[in-house]
Design a protein around this ligand. Sequence first.
Ligand code: ATP
Ligand code: MG
Length: 299
Amino acid sequence: MENTVLKEGNMDKYINQAKTLLEALPYIQQFNNKIVVIKYGGSAMIDEDLKKSVIKDITMMKMVGMKPVVVHGGGKKISETLAKMGKESVFLDGLRVTDDETMEIAEMVLSGNINKGIVQMFHEQGIPAVGISGKDANTIIAEKKMPEGKDIGWVGEIQKVNPELMLTLMEEGFVPVIAPIATDEHHHTYNINADYVASAVGVALKAEKVVYLTDVEGVLRNINDPDSVLSRIAVEDVDRLIDNKVIQGGMIPKLQNCKKSILEGVNRVHILDGRQEHCLLLELFTNSGIGTMIYKSEE
Ligand SMILES: Nc1ncnc2c1ncn2[C@@H]1O[C@H](COP(=O)(O)OP(=O)(O)OP(=O)(O)O)[C@@H](O)[C@H]1O
Ligand SMILES: [Mg+2]
């Protein structure tokens, strides 16, 4: 008797599990075979458990038929490494001023340590991944960026994304993991804020979505109030929010690039809190509105 009760209890649990799975079906159908670019912010990559949760979410996306592409940053780790070497990090509107030595360290941290660390985590989940930087197969071609005429060193402006290598990798079942380093026709090395890379890669791959994972709840109206998340921002409002200084620092390139992606044909762009466990699955497979969505106002 006791056994039967237990079994029935279990059956309810399993039926509920099956129902939960089925709730995701429309989303799985909608995104089947679609490319989703995930910008993984350096700031959200510090905690080991959270890192694992993000990689597991992306594993799930891949296993249900999406084509994820990961673009990673690494600002915090670069700053830490520079500090260990007694070098201070200098930023101009969220962009790292990059002299020769900083470039060398940034490439080492991004293309080496962080990129291969992410690849390894995918392999731990049984997902084949290949880590490249924008240098590989000339995937990202840049030229020197001069914001408002100012020379900030080896900071690149993306000229072109050659999507062939990423497409080949995806065709063969690999998840491409991209470090935000680029080259130019003279074979110089450039450091590019990963937000620009995510946007340009999303456009070049005709991605369905670009999702920026960062270390805040979303775009905040008041940076000191985590409850002030703006859940939707129209592209037309982005410049005003920057001019009014509502958006500062690392959020500036992020929003500029969200705007760019939308205007250049990416369907959906989101900024999510990478510290929130399973934020990607919540965003993709449920209709819970988390983080900030950037949209074209005719929507
Ligand atoms: N209005 C705002 N709302 C939210 N965050 C803001 C705002 N204005 C400025 N920020 C800052 O932007 C930061 C996010 O950008 P940041 O460049 O530090 O991280 P990331 O882009 O996720 O990582 P990485 O640069 O390593 O790729 C937040 O931690 C916050 O301090
Ligand atoms: Mg940033």
